[in-house]
Design a protein around this ligand. Structure first.
Ligand code: FAD
Length: 378
């Protein structure tokens, strides 16, 4: 893959850089709700500037940017230390899923409020007994006139407390093979039958929630992709989840590593050969990750969708990010272990990296079977 930017790509990058310079994201405020409001306001500003749906086609209100330009967008956003837009699940997962599987009416109704952050989306896939093995989920939807009535429990639902719509996968047929009995719904979160209970994490914040759903009503017109086709629609959502964030995450990692190397140079830690060696190792891993992210892009360009190699990128990122936050404790000592400091936050938040968006064990299975062609584990 040729990593030299064309004149058009350079012009795109320069225009974006100028916009980011003129519209700095500012510092994140304290507290979950204030931080969320800040990220939502950030998305509104991106939208007004025409930068919210960079990768969305123009006909849906996006910028119609190429894949390369989208990668440049996420790299530059990371470089400007801007937060991810508040409606990141709508922008990266929900919107693209509706574009592929939705009816014209659904596209008209749902896409624009995703871009403007007017309506926030969450992803109701995982359940207490269905995470990696999503197809074994038990939340039931039964028809009632033109509606569906849904009962069950979801868990780890990020941003549900701020969401208007939930991408909900539920079982609509118990008589067929488990992958075939699923349907993908857009569930209105603003109803009494949906109870959202925040789950407090070790970092102190509550990014995700439990959802208790007791006879919630979903109109038939909110089925996406047809009854019984939920597994395929959910796969579209999941593929977009892994592909979209790679560039943003590898830039963030690079920044954190550069910050740590600077601190290590300042406090004498770089004179310790063991620490210097570990920092060099992280440097190499981070560079490999950058190149893998670009390589993943060429797969999408060639085959029209992300390949299984995306699992390798996600695995390497979570592993490197965890090593980095642990090494920071060796380099910075007590500071990295003091509650409220950015490095203590990283140390507490990074263990979740190897679970969210697919666990490392599952990703290793995918790499073994679909990239290396080894026999199936089960
Ligand atoms: C920060 C964060 C945010 C999240 N946000 C959301 C969200 O918004 N919406 C949502 O639906 N979910 C969300 N999740 C849930 C996430 O998708 C699941 O936690 C994940 O899919 C794993 O499922 P599980 O927790 O049920 O673990 P399990 O699937 O029960 O796995 C338990 C352990 O067994 C291992 N394991 C399972 N199967 C295999 C196998 N076949 N081979 C080898 N090892 C295996 C796993 O790797 C893991 O170590 C979030 C999770 C986190 C940490």
């Amino acid at each position: 893959m040729d990593l030299t930017f064309s004149d058009t790509q350079l012009a795109f990058r320069d225009e974006l850089r100028a916009w980011l310079d003129a519209n700095p994201p500012g510092e994140a405020p304290e507290g979950d709700d204030a931080r969320y409001a800040w990220a939502r306001d950030w998305q509104r500003r991106l939208h007004e500037g025409g930068w919210a749906g960079v990768h969305w086609p123009k006909e849906y209100g996006g910028r119609g940017a190429s894949l390369m330009e989208t990668a440049i967008f996420f790299e530059e956003l990371g470089r400007a230390r801007g937060p991810l837009p508040a409606n990141v699940l709508g922008l990266l997962l929900g919107g693209p899923t509706v574009m592929v599987w939705g009816t014209d009416e659904q596209k008209d109704r749902y896409l624009e409020p995703i871009l403007s952050a007017e309506e926030i989306w969450c992803q109701g896939f995982s359940e207490p007994d269905a995470g990696s093995d999503l197809a074994s989920l038990k939340t039931r939807a039964v028809p009632d006139g033109d509606d569906w009535v849904v009962t069950g429990q979801k868990v780890w639902t990020s941003g549900a407390q701020y969401s208007k719509w939930c991408m909900l996968v539920a079982r609509t047929d118990t008589e067929v093979a488990k992958h075939k009995g699923l349907t993908y719904f857009l569930m209105d979160m603003e109803q009494d039958a949906v109870q959202v209970r925040p789950l407090r994490q070790i970092t102190g914040e509550a990014e995700f929630n439990e959802l208790f759903i007791e006879e919630a009503r979903i109109p038939g017109e909110n089925v996406v992709g047809g009854v019984g086709n939920g597994w395929k629609v959910a796969l579209t959502t999941l593929m977009n989840e892994r592909a979209g964030l790679a560039f943003f995450l590898q830039v963030r990692l690079r920044q954190h590593l550069d910050d740590l190397i600077e601190r290590a140079a300042g406090n004498g830690a770089l004179d310790d050969p063991r620490l210097a060696d570990s920092l060099a190792d992280l440097h190499v891993r981070t560079e490999i990750l950058r190149l893998l992210a670009w390589k993943g892009l060429s797969t999408i360009e060639r085959y029209g969708q992300p390949g299984p190699e995306g699992s390798l990128t996600k695995w390497l990122w979570s592993d490197t990010n965890q090593r980095l936050s642990q090494l920071a404790a060796d380099v910075l000592g007590a500071e990295a272990l003091t509650a409220g400091t950015p490095w203590a936050y990283e140390l507490l938040r990074s263990p979740g990296n190897s679970i969210e968006g697919g666990t490392t064990e599952i990703l290793k299975n995918i790499v073994a079977e679909r990239v290396m062609g080894l026999p199936r584990a089960r």
